[in-house]
Ligand binder design. Structure first.
Ligand code: FAD
Length: 333
């Protein structure tokens, strides 16, 4: 019998699990939201031989897991997965569906919203419950210059995608129990129009920045590519990663995978160095979880300086060179 309790669904995107923990982060947020609206948290898992993910999602807060485990679902397929989740959502009417804004999620979520004839807020940076019990979806809009607060009043489910790194996962608890419903594959899965020939795992270092404890980030104020390249040296000394602003990426000083902000990565380092960065909202949108920020800028009025825990008014490349020199001395001593 289908459970009639209000339900918040989290789509289980477990590819690249060790680098990308967005599903666990969404489960943790779903637990908070569920408390407010007295709902259960339900993870939806498709694939083949997925028991590992059932355990993981249970340990991270799911009360119920809807599983379809079949060899034909071994690789992620938008068409099959859409058909399956659409059918389940029509049968069970979840109140909310949360999906990670991964490359797959970004393709999958809008199509699902269209099929279910409901709204979707993309790349949310916050989720709350309003006094009326609606999902408040906080998302950057107008090029990131404003944060919009969106509610889906009339249609269900309320849907949002959220970027990796936006929320913190709760620590696992392997004593937790969840109801696991193993469901059959649909009789007629759509014939995929795309055939997977082979796949290759992306360079794992591409995601290292999202989990790095130390990040050194550079902007236009570093002046040129040579100065920017010095960040590599500092990152190495700190055992961290290099991040960049958009103008720097466009200028070819850094690769796109180093981009931090609305159009790039969301980071959560323990310590962030920010060299010659003004602090435009599109950049700071990615810094939400940095614990301690040290900014260097010629302009003490720069937003980045105001956000920082330590603000150094100086030439960015001078400070960078000095820091490297001093750290090297200490490491050698
Ligand atoms: C739709 C959209 C999406 C965007 N997405 C992103 C994104 O994801 N990430 C992102 O970063 N940007 C993004 N941007 C661009 C963003 O609006 C800013 O333009 C960008 O973040 C500014 O980068 P910056 O701080 O390096 O450069 P600037 O804004 O030019 O700032 C340079 C800073 O360096 C300081 N400075 C200059 N010389 C020195 C010196 N010698 N020593 C020390 N300080 C110095 C200046 O005082 C200034 O504060 C986006 C823009 C749009 C429209």
């Amino acid at each position: 019998m289908i459970n009639k309790q209000k339900s918040i669904w989290v789509f289980g995107d477990y590819r690249n699990y060790f680098q990308n923990r967005v599903t666990l982060q969404l489960l943790s947020k779903a637990v908070d939201l569920a408390r407010v609206i007295s709902a259960e948290v339900c993870a939806v898992v498709f694939g083949h031989e997925v028991d590992e993910w059932i355990m993981e999602y249970t340990a991270h807060g799911a009360d119920r897991i809807l599983v379809i485990d079949h060899p034909s679902l071994t690789s992620y397929s938008t068409e099959s997965y859409l058909a399956l989740i659409e059918k389940l959502a029509r049968e069970r009417n979840p109140e909310i569906i949360l999906i990670g804004a991964t490359d797959f999620g970004r393709e999958f979520a809008p199509r699902l919203a269209k099929r279910l004839h409901t709204g979707l807020s993309a790349d949310c940076v916050g989720l709350e419950i309003t006094v009326d019990g609606l999902l408040l979806q906080i998302a950057p809009s107008f090029g990131g210059n404003m944060l919009a607060e969106i509610v889906t009043e009339k249609y269900r489910p309320q849907m949002a995608t959220v970027r990796p790194g936006t929320f913190k996962e709760i620590p696992h608890d392997y004593e937790r129990k969840a109801i696991v419903e193993r469901l059959p594959l649909m009789d007629k899965l759509p014939k995929p129009r795309i055939r997977l020939i082979e796949y290759e795992r992306a360079d794992q270092r591409d995601h290292a920045i999202e989990n790095a404890a130390a990040i050194v980030c550079g902007g236009r104020g570093l002046g040129n590519k040579n100065n920017f390249k010095k960040l590599d040296e500092l990152a190495k000394l700190l055992g961290g990663c290099v991040g960049a602003t958009r103008p720097v990426v466009y200028a070819g000083w850094a690769d796109h995978k180093a981009l931090i902000g609305q159009a790039g990565k969301h980071i959560k380092p323990k310590i962030l160095f920010s060299f010659g960065i003004s602090g435009a909202i599109q950049h700071t949108a990615g810094l939400g979880e940095a614990q301690f920020i040290i900014a260097v800028n010629k302009n003490p009025q720069a937003v980045m300086m105001k956000m920082a825990d330590v603000a150094i008014v100086a030439d960015a490349s001078d400070v960078l060179h000095t820091l490297i020199k001093e750290l090297k001395k200490r490491i050698i001593e």
